[in-house]
Design a protein around this ligand. Structure first.
Ligand code: PA5
Length: 447
C-alpha cells in the first residue's frame, strides 16, 4: 500500500490550486481509463497485475528457475537496457541482502548480474572474467530485439556459452524475452530454439516491469513474484478510482503538477535506504522518458539520504529554488539493531542509548523535511510499511499510473520516446551501419 501525505506542500500551494489540479488529474484519469488519449495503444500495463496473477506466467518462470537449478547454474547474466533492465535491477537491489556476495552462506538462488546496459569494453571483459569462473546461464531481454547495447553483450555471451557448453546445451541456458514476431532477437531465438517469453505490443519498455521483463529475473533471484503482483493489484484497483481523496495516483499527480506550475521544475526522488537507490533510477526513466518532450516536463533526479545530505544537501537546502522533493518513506525496518549504552561515552553518543538505528534515520528524515521546507523545497511524502515484494509491486504500479495521469495533464504523449532515436542514428552512422552513409558524411563534416 502506498500512502500519499501532502502536508509538506501546504505552505507552497494554495488549496484552490491543488483542487484545480485534482480536477485536471481526474479528467486525465478518465482519458486513461477510457483509452481515448495519446499513445492509447500502449496501455497494456494497466491491467497487468490482475491479468498476470490469473495467468500461468509466474509458474512458467519458476519452471525455468527449476530447470537451471537442476543444472546447478550459479550465475545468470540478465542482458537488457532501459525499461528492459531497470525494473528488475531495482527489485533485486531492494529485496536482496546488501552483502550477499560477501556472505559465506549465499543461499540457493543463483547470483544475477546485468549486462547490455552500457557499451564499456572493460565492463564486458570483467563480466567475462566472472562468467568463466562460474556455471552460467543468460536471459536476454529486448522488446524491439534490435537495441545495440544488449545485442552486442548477447553476441559475446552467446559465443562464450556455445564455445564452453556446446550449441545444444547453450540453447538450454539461454532464454529470450522479446516481441512475439518482430526484431532480430525473435528471429535468432526461433532459429536457435531458445525458450522465449513475449513482451506484448501494448506495453512500452519503461512500463514493463510486471511482464516477463521483470518477472523472470525476479523469480530467478528467488523472490516472491506473486506477492509483488498482489501489491500491484491493490494499486491497480485503488488507482482506478475517480476519487481525489482516496486515489493516491491522483493526489501525487495533482500536487507535482501544481508545484511544476509554480516553477518547481526539478523533482528529486528521495529515499533513506540504500536498497532503494535503483528505485530512483527506475523512476527517473519512467518519468523522464514519459514527460520530457515537446519542450515540457519536470526533470527527474534522485538522491539517497542521509548519504547524499553530505553531498547534495547543500544545494537542496540553499541552491536555485526550482526543486521539489518526493520522499519514499519506509515506516518499518525489516531488521533490528539497538544502539547500546557505553559507560565511557567517549563518542558522546549516549543520548542515543536504547534507540534503534532506524529511529535515528527517521529523525534525520523528519529534520530534513522541516529544514528543506524552511529552505523553500516542498515535499511530497509517499509511505510504505516496509520494503518487501508486496510494497514494491504497489510502488511500481502506483508510479506507472501516476505517470500516465501526469503526462496527460501536461498534454504530452507519455507512452512514446521519439527523442531516444537521435543518438542512435548518429551512433549507427559513425559506426558505419549500412544505410547511414549520407548521415555519416554530414556528421564527419561537423567534427
Ligand atoms: O522505455 C523504453 O521504451 C526504452 O527505455 C526501452 O526499454 C529501451 O530502449 C530498451 O529497448 P528494447 O527493450 O527494445 O531493447
Amino acid at each position: 500500500m502506498v500512502k500519499v501525505n501532502l502536508g509538506g506542500c501546504i505552505s507552497f500551494v494554495k488549496d484552490a490550486d491543488y483542487k484545480a489540479n485534482v480536477e485536471k488529474a481526474l479528467a486525465a484519469l478518465e482519458v486513461l481509463e477510457n483509452e481515448t488519449g495519446k499513445g492509447n495503444d500502449f496501455l497494456g500495463w494497466k491491467h497487468l497485475p490482475s491479468q498476470t496473477l490469473a495467468s500461468g506466467l509466474v509458474a512458467e518462470c519458476e519452471a525455468v528457475r527449476d530447470a537451471w537449478k537442476s543444472k546447478n547454474i550459479d550465475l545468470v547474466v540478465v542482458i537488457g537496457i532501459g525499461g528492459s533492465y531497470l525494473g528488475a535491477k531495482c527489485a533485486l537491489e531492494a529485496l536482496s541482502h546488501q552483502f550477499a556476495k560477501q556472505l559465506k552462506n549465499k543461499g540457493e538462488a543463483p547470483e544475477i548480474v546485468f549486462a547490455g546496459q552500457n557499451l564499456s569494453e572493460e565492463y564486458m571483459c570483467e563480466l567475462m572474467d566472472l562468467v568463466q569462473e562460474r556455471n552460467a546461464a543468460c536471459v536476454v531481454i529486448s522488446k524491439s530485439g534490435t537495441t545495440t547495447e544488449p545485442a552486442v553483450a548477447f553476441r559475446l555471451i552467446k559465443k562464450y556459452l556455445e564455445d564452453t557448453y556446446g550449441k545444444a546445451e547453450a540453447a538450454e541456458r539461454i532464454v529470450a524475452v522479446t516481441d512475439k514476431a518482430r526484431g532480430a532477437l525473435k528471429g535468432l531465438a526461433t532459429q536457435e530454439g531458445y525458450k522465449t517469453f513475449v513482451i506484448e505490443d501494448n506495453v512500452g519498455g519503461r512500463f514493463s516491469v510486471l511482464t516477463p521483463v521483470g518477472i523472470l529475473p525476479i523469480v530467478l533471484a528467488g523472490f516472491d513474484m506473486n506477492a509483488m503482483l498482489k501489491g500491484a493489484l491493490e494499486m491497480e484497483e485503488l488507482c482506478a478510482k475517480p476519487c481525489g481523496e482516496c486515489n493516491p495516483a491522483i493526489q501525487y499527480a495533482a500536487m507535482r503538477n501544481a508545484l511544476y506550475a509554480q516553477g518547481k521544475k526539478i523533482e528529486i526522488l528521495v529515499a533513506y535506504n540504500p536498497k532503494l537507490t535503483f528505485l530512483g533510477e527506475w523512476w527517473k526513466q519512467l518519468y523522464g522518458e514519459s514527460e520530457g518532450k515537446d519542450g515540457l516536463g519536470i526533470f527527474p533526479a534522485s538522491v539517497n539520504f542521509t548519504t547524499d545530505l553530505h553531498s547534495m544537501g547543500q544545494y537542496i537546502q540553499d541552491g536555485e529554488r526550482t526543486l521539489m522533493e518526493t520522499v519514499v518513506s519506509v515506516q518499518k525496518s525489516n531488521r533490528s539493531m539497538l544502539i547500546e549504552n557505553d559507560p565511557q561515552n567517549l563518542d558522546g553518543l549516549n543520548f542515543l542509548s536504547g534507540k534503534h538505528v532506524e529511529e535515528c534515520n527517521a529523525m534525520a528524515e523528519l529534520g530534513t523535511k522541516l529544514a528543506h521546507i524552511d529552505g523553500g523545497v516542498p515535499q511530497i511524502s509517499l509511505s510504505i510499511e516496509c520494503i518487501n515484494e508486496y510494497n514494491l509491486g504497489a510502488l511500481f504500479y502506483f508510479f506507472e499510473k501516476a505517470c500516465g495521469i501526469s503526462g496527460y495533464m501536461l498534454g504530452v504523449n507519455p507512452f512514446d520516446q521519439p527523442g531516444v532515436e537521435a543518438y542512435k542514428k548518429n551512433m549507427f552512422a559513425l559506426l558505419g551501419k549500412p544505410g547511414y552513409e549520407a548521415q555519416a558524411e554530414a556528421l564527419r563534416a561537423r567534427l
